[in-house]
Ligand binder design. Sequence first.
Ligand SMILES: [Zn+2]
Length: 327
Amino acid sequence: MKRLIVRQHGPPDSIETEEVERPEPGPGEVRVAVHAVGLNHLDVWVRRGVEGHRFPLPLVPGSDIAGVVDTGPRKGERVALHPATSCMACAACMAGQDNRCSQYRIRGERQDGGCAQFVVCHERDLLPIPEGMAFADAAALPLAALTAWQMLRLAEAGRGDRVLVLGGTSGVGSMAIQIARMRGCTVAATAGTPAKRERCRELGAEVVIDHYQDFRWKADVVVEHVGAATWERSLKSLDWGGRLVTCGATTGHAVDLDLRALFFKQQRLIGSTMGTRDDMRQVWLAVHSGLLQPVVGARLGMRDIARAHEALEEGSVAGKAVLVQDL
Ligand SMILES: [Zn+2]
């Protein structure tokens, strides 16, 4: 079978195609014929490299995978894959905090991902795709929805809370808007273009804000993933007793913090990465109930991965970029 491979960090066109043996499932595993892979900003970090961080190269990219089970009793079932695995045996895993496991490995980051004709995974990682949902739509959901779900849970976003979502048409942003609305919150979202702001409204944001403006919107919860470029404005938007939850630093990781405002206003800063298996179960229930809609902004072939990376880096896609199978 064919697969894409990141051998060394480099520009978008440095991702290679290679021919390898089709993988055979081990005990408890199934093989899945891949139909679509959703891209995340993580794909850009893996390809480019991150200072002070080592990725286990060579690596098959792609965290969000959708396809058809190819082996065993569930053969023929349309599925998405849980985007990460853990040891399932340590104290964190046993306590339902699998995303704190020292063996936690996101597909396409610490283990091979889905940009291939076939992948193998444990049967417990299969997420059945709702009837009528396209593979590309299913592949747009797991990682971003899981990430946003845990963020709003940790921030205790509840009925009547004002939630400010940065980058409302990004993967995490588009999910955070919808999940915050599900939790009964009032939502404002930032976006860089009129078209993106319109998309935020369609997703449920009552207030939309120009991402590049000097915005300040009093919020009980701020959903951050942009980092240095928006940090100061995000903090200034945070009301007394507010919670700022962050899962990323796309524009830079070094930020300033005035401790006086933090303690005087009794605010909380919360770090969040991915989500637990229980979060994923709830996300997938919401997907099956039609409460959580995928937001696909671009659909390309896997062979066009370089173009997809360029679009991600430009921020020109409103929603997820998804690669469909053409290897
Ligand atoms: Zn574990």
